[in-house]
Design a protein around this ligand. Structure first.
Ligand SMILES: Nc1nc(=O)c2c([nH]1)NC[C@@H]1CN(c3ccc(C(=O)N[C@@H](CCC(=O)O)C(=O)O)cc3)C=[N+]21
Length: 283
C-alpha cells in the first residue's frame, strides 16, 4: 500500500487564499492586521523561520513588524520589546520566537504578552481558555493538524489517537483540542515515561509524532491504514529529520510529507490567529 499524502503545503495555500480575502475586507474597514516577531540571538534555524513568517505575511497582505535583539539582550530588554508590541496599534498579534537564550526567563516573558495579541495561542490565559473550551486563539500546530485531517476527510470523531510527545506547543495542547466535544476523539498522550509505546501506537487510527526523536515511529508500530502526522523537526547533518521512518509510507493510509506537511499548516494558522485578532477587535 502507498499512503495518501496529507499535503500541508497545498492545504495551507487554500487557507492563505481565504485569509487574503479577509485581510482585504478588514482593510476596507480601516484595520490592517500586523504580525510582530521578537527574535533574540542569531540561531540560524530561528532566523530562517522568522524570515519565512514575514514572507507569509506579505503574501496575504498582513503588515509585519520585526524586532531583532542581540543574543546578549537581558530580561529587561526583551520585556521592553514586549511592552512596545503590547502598546502598538499596528501590531494585532505577535510571537516571541522560541527557544530563547538560556539566561532569559521564558515563562515570565510569555506571560507578559497581551493574551489578545498572542498569535501562538500559547499564553497561559489562552491555554486556560482552551481547557474551558471558550473562544480564544488556538495553538497553531495542533489547529493545523485538525484542519489537515478534516481537509482529507480522515474521521476524527470516535477515532483512537496516539499523540507522542507532551510538549506544550504540540502534544499537550493537541490532546485538549481533540478531546473537545466538537472533535470527540479519544486521545492517548504518550511520552518518555510511556512503558510500551509500540502497543499504544499500534492501536491508533491517527498517530501524531511530536517527540523530536528521529525515526521514533517505525513501520511495524503502525496499524495498516492509519493516518500518520510527522511534527518532528530535528536537524541531522544539516537536514530536517522527522519522527517518522520513511517506510511507514508502506503501511499508513495517510501520511504527511516532511517538509511540506505540518510545518506549512503551522505557519498558515499563525497568520489566521493574527487575522482573527484583528476581526475580534472590530466586534
Ligand atoms: N514562538 C514560536 N512559535 C513557533 O511556532 C515556533 C517557534 N517559536 N520556534 C520554532 C518552532 C518551529 N516552527 C516551525 C514552523 C514551520 C516550519 C515549516 O514550515 N517548515 C517547512 C520546511 C522549512 C525548512 O526546510 O526549513 C516545512 O515543513 O515544509 C518549521 C518549523 C515553529 N516554531
Amino acid at each position: 500500500m502507498s499512503a495518501v499524502k496529507l499535503d500541508g503545503k497545498a492545504t495551507a495555500a487554500k487557507i492563505k487564499a481565504d485569509l487574503k480575502n479577509r485581510v482585504a475586507a478588514l482593510k476596507e474597514r480601516g484595520v490592517t492586521p500586523g504580525l510582530g516577531t521578537v527574535l533574540v540571538g542569531d540561531d540560524p534555524g530561528s532566523q530562517i523561520y522568522v524570515a519565512g513568517k514575514h514572507r507569509d505575511c506579505a503574501e496575504v497582505g498582513i503588515a509585519s513588524i520585526r524586532v531583532d535583539l542581540p543574543a546578549t539582550a537581558g530580561q529587561a530588554d526583551v520585556e521592553a520589546a514586549i511592552d512596545e508590541l503590547n502598546a502598538s496599534p499596528a501590531c494585532t498579534g505577535y510571537i516571541v520566537q522560541l527557544p530563547l537564550p538560556k539566561h532569559l526567563d521564558t515563562m515570565a516573558l510569555l506571560e507578559r504578552i497581551d493574551p489578545a495579541k498572542d498569535a501562538d495561542g500559547l499564553h497561559p490565559v489562552n491555554l486556560g481558555r482552551l481547557v474551558h473550551m471558550v473562544d480564544a486563539p488556538l495553538p497553531c500546530t495542533p489547529h493545523g493538524i485538525v484542519l489537515l485531517l478534516q481537509e482529507y476527510g480522515v474521521p476524527i470523531k470516535g477515532a483512537e489517537v496516539a499523540v507522542v510527545g507532551r510538549g506544550i506547543t504540540v502534544g499537550r495542547s493537541l490532546g485538549l483540542l481533540l478531546t473537545r466535544r466538537s472533535e470527540n476523539a479519544t486521545v492517548t498522550l504518550c511520552h518518555t515515561g510511556t512503558q510500551d509505546l509500540a502497543a499504544h501506537v499500534r492501536r491508533a487510527d491517527i498517530v501524531v509524532a511530536a517527540a523530536g526523536v528521529p525515526e521514533l515511529i517505525k513501520k511495524d508500530m503502525v496499524k495498516p491504514g492509519a493516518a500518520v502526522l510527522d511534527v518532528g523537526v530535528s536537524r541531522v547533518a544539516g537536514k530536517i529529520a522527522g519522527d517518522v521512518a520513511l517506510d511507514v509510507e508502506d503501511v499508513a493510509g495517510y501520511l504527511t510529507p516532511n517538509p511540506g506537511g505540518v510545518g506549512p499548516m503551522t505557519r498558515a494558522l499563525l497568520l489566521s490567529n493574527v487575522v482573527e485578532a484583528a476581526e475580534r477587535r472590530l466586534r
